[in-house]
Design a protein around this ligand. Structure first.
Ligand code: GLN
Length: 190
């Protein structure tokens, strides 16, 4: 499987390394041309305002959206989830997004003291809790009817799925636990 990792800003190298470790042909996506070769896409964590700005100025927003709407599976984490969301609370004025996931997400929602933390997350795709690494994480405040919640923390969804689009508010690529990536790859190859 050829996995393109959006590599404008953030934790793209870590995502590429995890997919490569799982036997995928993982490469970095920086242009519309790179997108053409992808069987699956990763929208990594980082800083959503920076990624959104670079998507817009690099004319990559529409090609990316078109590729995803054509049915390419997506794994979006943290800032990647913010970029994917239908509605963002606390985004910059005019911050662009892909609108591929019907959720409302609030940026930096855990506040100052708790901007980064780790917590075990019960996930429906596996019997054992997943080590959630939350870094200035957002909170999903609303999910649309087509959203499947695969994991929650403190009463809010933190791992969700809408068909071929998977998204987490935490960073599974930084936990050393590959179960979410494995489940994504499995579903993407079905
Ligand atoms: N707080 C960041 C943002 O708003 C997201 C943090 C992350 O991706 N770890 O984009």
């Amino acid at each position: 499987m050829k996995v393109g990792v959006l590599a404008l800003q953030g934790a793209f190298r870590e995502q590429r390394e995890v997919f490569a470790a799982l036997g995928c042909e993982a490469f970095e996506v920086r242009s519309a041309r790179d997108l053409a070769a992808t069987d699956a896409l990763v929208l990594p964590g980082g800083e959503s305002t920076a990624i959104a700005h670079l998507l817009r100025t690099g004319d990559l927003l529409d090609p990316l959206k078109e590729r995803i709407e054509a049915g390419v599976p997506v794994l979006a984490t943290c800032a990647g989830l913010i970029i994917s969301a239908r509605e963002v609370v606390g985004g910059l004025k005019g911050q662009v997004g892909l609108d591929i996931l019907d959720v409302t997400v609030k940026r930096n929602a855990y506040g100052n003291q708790q901007q980064s933390f780790e917590a075990p997350i019960d996930i429906s795709i596996s019997p054992d809790p997943f080590p959630g690494v939350f870094i200035r994480a957002p909170v999903i405040e609303r999910v649309g009817d087509d959203i499947e919640v695969l994991g929650a923390h403190d009463g809010s969804p933190v791992l969700v799925r809408a068909g071929k689009v998977w998204a987490s508010t935490f960073h599974p690529e930084l936990s050393g636990d590959l179960r979410i990536h494995q489940a994504f790859i499995q579903s993407a190859s079905e």
